[in-house]
Design a protein around this ligand. Structure first.
Ligand code: DON
Length: 565
């Protein structure tokens, strides 16, 4: 008997010594009665739901989920990045919160150009010079202060602090990415003990004591704990050591901004989305205004006519994006004109059903296609009172600039690449820009993030958004059409195959099996060019149906998760 007890004791001791654990499974589809969170990680979704169960509203849940993602989804969840949030209050009022990064005060238009005026490759995508002044902590605090219900800010950070301290088992996809970027981590953060490791594998425990300490400082001091004092000094020190130009005054001056959301009407639906410095709301609005003039529900999902129309609309809308869109505090973005129905009809005047209109100018040297990866992240939430929040947040690339703040354990963004370094020269997403999105001190770089809320009959109908760089806008557009025009439920609308055109390069990016062979051939005959990609977007969405909430994560991202009650 004693032997058996000893044996059991030894076994359990060995088991508890193992450094790997089972990864929490994620759930892609759920129907719930009252409240729901869809995020890129099961632990983060759980955190949001728990906050609502203990009396928090959707904004409280959004704040806590975001901090949790900064721990459990370090490739994109963040405190060193920025984002956008669209909020629909229970009384129907709509708000938009901009916590986008901004250029440091010392940034100049020619920041990334050599003496001959050519863009120096890599400077805007990695290392100190790629880092914009982070907005996340200011933004989350501003959202909570104005609309949160939980009295004590500190409570919203506790789950994240616990996850950072105790650690959690990383997923296969996180392990793969951590391995992929080891060289960069070592280059900018020699000696870092948290993220640098010979080989990461699924189930390894990631503990982040330094990040836990930083989150505790933010929990106790609020945004001042981040934008002033020891954390701010450590950020500036590390940015400068890695070649950047950020000063303490940049952090001190950072402010998130409430802005008027973009509101457009599509059929019986009200679409609430993000204004500049995101291009998302305007571009989505333009696409929907163009689409409403054609009976796509009769033509059918991914039929020749529907696809051809959508692609031709996308080309024209992305051409406008390149020319007119940037931070509206610095450039007079013609919002009303761009969304004017007559203007959009004129834009489609040269559209015809037989042939593709070639994107009308070619950039010397041609275009690189956008790389396929999804490094931003989105959270959709509805609470029991019908408050809805849609938030997309990012470090830009996976793990941002790959620069970690020494002693404080978090990655800094590489959002500066979203500026147009030089008119007509594409960024990492193949997007071009012009004066509207040129670099200036304290200016915010143009984004494609499209956190969106759709209303029907003055009640929330859908909450959605996705990562995917330039493809974010067209993914949101397609999921909306899938639910409204093609009558799909939320899960099917999210999983349906997608395609994307962004004016330049003049090519339709598409997922395998997005079209039948007949439709594909016909589109080719009309002059369209194609490039197959692995995936377009990781959409996280909630649909309100028959008084129930139907949530869907994206099967394209193994970590996506819906949680609710
Ligand atoms: O703001 C933007 O549009 C980009 N920084 C988003 C980056 C992104 O979605 C990365 N995923 N591919």
């Amino acid at each position: 008997m004693r032997r058996i007890v000893l044996y059991i004791f030894l076994l359990s001791f060995l088991f508890s010594c193992q450094s790997t654990k089972k990864v929490l499974p994620s759930q892609k589809h759920l129907i719930a009665d009252k409240a729901m969170v869809v995020s890129a990680h099961p632990r983060a979704s759980d955190v949001g739901v728990k906050i609502m169960k203990r009396g928090g509203n959707a904004v409280d849940a959004m704040v806590a989920t975001n901090f949790a993602l900064a721990v459990v989804y370090p490739r994109a969840g963040n405190i060193g990045g920025g984002g956008f949030m669209v909020i629909r209050l229970p009384d129907g009022k709509a708000k938009a919160l901009d916590f986008r990064e901004m250029a440091p005060g010392k940034a100049r238009k020619d920041l990334y150009l050599d003496e001959e005026g050519n863009v120096i490759p890599g400077l805007s995508t990695a290392g100190g010079l790629s880092i914009g002044v982070p907005g996340t902590v200011a933004g989350l605090h501003a959202a909570w202060k104005k609309y949160g219900r939980i009295k004590n800010w500190n409570i919203l950070l506790q789950p994240a602090i616990k996850l950072a301290k105790k650690g959690f088992a990383i997923s296969k996809s996180e392990a793969r990415r951590l391995n992929k970027y080891q060289k960069d981590f070592i280059k900018y953060n020699p000696g870092n003990k948290v993220f640098i490791k010979d080989r990461w594998k699924e189930g390894d425990i990631l503990k982040q004591p330094e990040l836990a300490k930083t989150l505790e400082i933010i929990a106790n001091r609020g945004p001042e704990g981040f934008y002033e004092g020891e954390v701010a000094r450590a950020i500036v020190k590390k940015v400068k050591e890695t070649g950047g130009i950020m000063e303490l005054s940049d952090l001190l001056n950072y402010k998130s901004k409430f802005r008027l959301p973009i509101i457009v009407y599509y059929k019986d639906y009200k679409i609430i989305s993000m204004p500049p410095p995101s291009s998302g709301g305007i571009a989505l609005g333009q696409l929907l205004h163009i689409t409403e003039n054609y009976p796509i529900e009769e033509w059918g999902f991914h039929s020749y006519k529907t696809t051809h129309l959508m692609v031709e609309a996308e080309k024209r809308v992305y051409a406008d994006r390149a020319k007119y869109l940037g931070d509206s505090d610095f450039y007079p973005v013609p919002v009303d004109k761009l969304l004017d129905r007559d203007y959009l009809k004129d834009k489609m005047a040269d559209f015809n059903f037989e042939s593709a209109t070639p994107s009308d100018y070619i950039i010397p040297g041609g275009f690189e296609l956008q790389k396929e990866s999804f490094e931003t992240t989105h959270i959709s939430i509805i609470d029991k009172n019908g408050m809805a929040v849609s938030c997309t947040t990012t470090l830009n690339s996976n793990y941002g600039s790959k620069v970690i703040v020494d002693g404080y354990g978090f990655f800094l963004n590489n959002e500066m690449d979203d500026f147009s370094a030089k008119p007509g020269v594409p960024n990492q997403f193949g997007l071009i820009g012009s004066e509207a999105n040129s670099i200036a001190p304290y200016k915010r770089m143009l984004s494609s993030m499209t956190p969106t809320i759709v209303e029907k009959n003055n009640a929330p109908f859908m909450v959605l958004g996705t990562p995917g760089g330039s493809t974010i806008i067209t993914s949101v557009y397609q999921v909306i059409l899938n639910a409204i025009d093609f009558d799909m439920n939320m899960y099917d609308a999210v999983q349906a195959k997608r395609f994307h055109h962004q004016f330049l390069p003049d090519v339709i990016m598409y997922e395998k099996d997005a079209f039948t062979p007949e439709v594909f051939n016909k589109l080719q005959q009309a002059g369209h060019q194609f490039k197959q990609v692995r995936a377009l977007g990781y959409v996280k969405a909630i649909l309100v149906r028959d008084d129930k909430l139907e949530g869907s994560g994206d099967e394209r991202n193994p970590d996506d998760d819906v949680s609710g009650y």
